[in-house]
Design a protein around this ligand. Structure first.
Ligand code: NAD
Length: 252
């Protein structure tokens, strides 16, 4: 078999970058996309990329074009990781339509249309899809309805796709991390921390069952799980929502 190819969305972000590095280390051919041109360029200097392109994935036609261009560059596609995501918070009562469309557009619609465009190629390679959801898709948090709803829907999209594609040997799973030390977490704390980002972060950590030992995930820890899910050894895992959150979503 020729060298497998992965396509990572949100590849300029903290998690996307770690996933790109993980697969590159194991000699997969890595292709990457993000709306952040400078971030994608920086990734390209750190990880050898077979193909990269900037795209706003909230548009179905952009997703189709991106998959088509990737296939022209690589000739095959074995895994798609939908890691692009955005965080917006605020009570439903005052949540703007713009923020709602942004959250649902990136966190759900982009994964839906990226998957749709990738399906024919994944059927050929008997490949897989990994959708990055969140602990916030497994339990509700006051003040983040749009984000929680987008991630819960992403898990259900993953399960539905897993059923539709199982007979073609294509596996689809969701990975639901707790808080990861990435630019998204910094953005959350800066924008919504009421002038005290460290207090915002401490409050997040106070929710973990580890108490004083609680810490944020490193992106590399999540990347390792994504790596495993894309290996033949994970053949039995499809339609799953795998929590990697120190037990945060296990219950109170
Ligand atoms: N950081 C956390 O605490 C955390 C926790 C659970 C789940 N997640 C999820 O993990 C995934 C990766 O997040 P991260 O922590 O690396 O965040 P990040 O902000 O570092 O990366 C997200 C990337 O998505 C890209 N993106 C945003 N809008 C886009 C668009 N319209 N089209 C294409 N790309 C777009 C951004 O440019 C960014 O590079 C996200 O889906 C996020 O919801 C993150």
């Amino acid at each position: 078999m020729s060298t497998p190819v992965i396509l990572i969305t949100g590849a300029a972000g903290g998690l996307g970058r770690a996933i790109a590095k993980r697969f590159s280390q194991s000699r997969w051919r890595v292709t990457a996309t993000d709306v952040d041109k400078a971030g994608l360029h920086a990734l390209n200097t750190a990880v050898p990329l077979d193909f990269s392109a900037t795209a706003d994935l909230r548009s179905a036609s952009n997703c189709q074009e991106l998959i088509a261009e990737t296939l022209v560059a690589t000739g095959r596609l074995d895994a798609v990781v939908n890691a692009a995501g955005v965080w917006r918070e605020g009570p439903v009562e005052s949540f703007t339509e713009e923020d709602f469309d942004q959250v649902l557009g990136v966190n759900l619609k982009a994964a839906f249309y990226m998957s749709q465009a990738a399906i024919p190629h994944l059927k050929e390679s008997r490949g897989c899809i990994v959708n990055i959801a969140s602990d916030a898709g497994r339990q509700a948090y006051r003040g983040s309805a749009a984000y929680c709803a987008s991630k819960a829907a992403l898990v259900m999209l993953s399960k539905t796709l897993a059923l539709e594609l199982a007979e073609h040997g294509v596996r689809v799973n969701a990975v639901s991390p707790g808080d990861i030390a990435t630019p998204m977490l910094d953005y959350q704390a800066e924008r919504y921390g009421k002038g005290n980002p460290n207090a915002y972060k401490r409050e997040l950590l106070s929710l973990y069952p580890q108490g004083r030992e609680a810490r944020f995930l490193r992106p590399e820890e999540v990347a390792e799980l994504v790596w495993y899910l894309c290996q033949p050894e994970a053949e039995a895992i499809t339609g799953a929502d795998l929590a990697i959150d120190f037990g945060l979503s296990a219950g109170k």
